[in-house]
Design a protein around this ligand. Structure first.
Ligand code: FES
Length: 96
C-alpha cells in the first residue's frame, strides 16, 4: 500500500471475496515466504469475523482466532477453515 508521501507500507492482512463462498477469506503474511488464508466464518455459530492485525474477532460472542486460524478464546472450539496457498513472484493462489 502506498502512503500519501509515496512510501510503501505493508498491510497486515488482505481480504478476498469470491462468488463461491459466503464469507470472505483473510490472508495474513506470516513471514517472508509464509502466508495463511482463513475463511472468516466463526466456527461457533457462523458469524462473520472482524479482521485485525493480530487476531480475527467474532462480533457475536467474542471468540478470537490467531493469524493461523487457531482458537485463542472461546466459545468457539474449532479452528477456522484454512486454505492452502501457493505463490510465484507476483501472485498468490488460494486453493478453494
Ligand atoms: S458466533 Fe462467533 S463466537 Fe459465537
Amino acid at each position: 500500500m502506498e502512503t500519501a508521501n509515496g512510501k510503501l507500507r505493508e498491510r497486515p492482512y488482505v481480504l478476498v471475496k469470491t462468488e463461491e463462498l459466503a464469507f470472505p477469506i483473510c490472508i495474513y503474511r506470516l513471514g517472508p515466504d509464509r502466508y495463511s488464508a482463513l475463511l472468516m466464518e466463526c466456527t461457533h455459530r457462523s458469524c462473520e469475523l472482524h479482521a485485525g492485525s493480530a487476531f480475527l474477532v467474532c462480533p457475536c460472542h467474542g471468540s478470537e482466532f490467531t493469524r493461523l486460524g487457531e482458537v485463542q478464546n472461546p466459545p468457539a472450539e474449532q479452528n477456522l477453515h484454512a486454505f492452502t496457498i501457493t505463490y510465484d513472484e507476483q501472485t498468490l493462489y488460494i486453493h478453494l
